[in-house]
Design a binder for this molecule. Sequence first.
Ligand SMILES: Cc1ncc(COP(=O)(O)O)c(C=O)c1O
Length: 382
Amino acid sequence: MIYNEPWSKQHKKVTGGLQHSLSNSFSEPLTTEELINYALDRGDQKLVDDYYRHSLIYTPNGGSLDLRTEVANLYGPDIGPENILIFAGGQVALQTAADAVLDAESHSIVFTPGYQSVLQAPEHALSDTTRINLHAKNQWQIDPAEVEHSIRSNTRYIVMNEPYSPAGTLMTPDVQQALVEIARRHNITVLTDEAYRLLEHDKADRLPAMADTYEKGISASVMSKPWGGCGITIGWLALQDTALKQKLVDAQYFGTACPGRATELQAIMALRASDIILSKNLNIIKQNLVLLDQFIDQYSDLFEWVRPSASTVAFVKFNGPLSSEALGGQLAREGISIKPAYCFTDNIGDYKDYFRIGFGEKAMPSRLDALTRFVEKNKSNW
Ligand SMILES: Cc1ncc(COP(=O)(O)O)c(C=O)c1O
């Protein structure tokens, strides 16, 4: 396996330690104290006792039953604890899935711009990969006909993000079903990174999880985005295909096969408090989105977007004279960080003016104020 250079490496050099981060993609971070208090408020003393007293013996490969049970509750009747595999974070889950499904004889289909670990995992697994470009003029929707056209006799894997990162848009149910039907016809495994699922701004827009809707589908998710639990470092895969699950367990064996019990217990605490945590986070997200709406309205000659309908992120186009990389550099000098297009694609072409902005945190309004001051100061030169 040969890893590519991380696209966000340059970004981290430019923006590390800046005061006003509009780069983050997680919800308001939790504290362990909050998690313990949620458990105590529920009368879940046993969970708190386990947290303080658990043995630091190895956890079972693939995650403990109590955590897998909580995760399985997020899915429908075809997904039980035996269909869940726990990982030490989301990225390693994405790579392990690609390693288990693919080899050097295989072909995969991915979409760009995107989260690098999603779209390059098949390449890291040595698979020949077709990248399909998505476009704002199509509302960042995948065209199923283009996917079908890219399928070869050795295509084994289609990997996508839904809700879509970096734009926070949702696939239409018709597109999802068309993709599942194409994959089924060609016997292709589909992995959907659903890191932002459960953060639909209107719950009615939520799509079925890939693991629920397709017998060869895999749903990947992580504690960091919906729950604000980046430091819990727990991610998972959900899938109906038990033969593939065994291959995943075998591949996982050579990585971090046994997640830390403390992190498992923190994940259980967060999952059992999901109702409170997700509604708190969605309130922050929706309030911040109102401010972003105002910003885009006020500066509609300079910025445009496909308005996000899920997640904590938006992909904004700057219509001024600078690329998003140059804009990001100027902003960094003023203590403000955004994520330019190069963090999401190495095919900058059509995307050079786009940048991602994150709006999941309580401090976002003051960061947006800093951006507004920057725009006011510079707009007469644009
Ligand atoms: C779309 C997407 N998937 C997966 C991950 C991985 O999450 P983690 O870094 O918490 O493992 C991220 C993190 O940024 C992400 O943005």
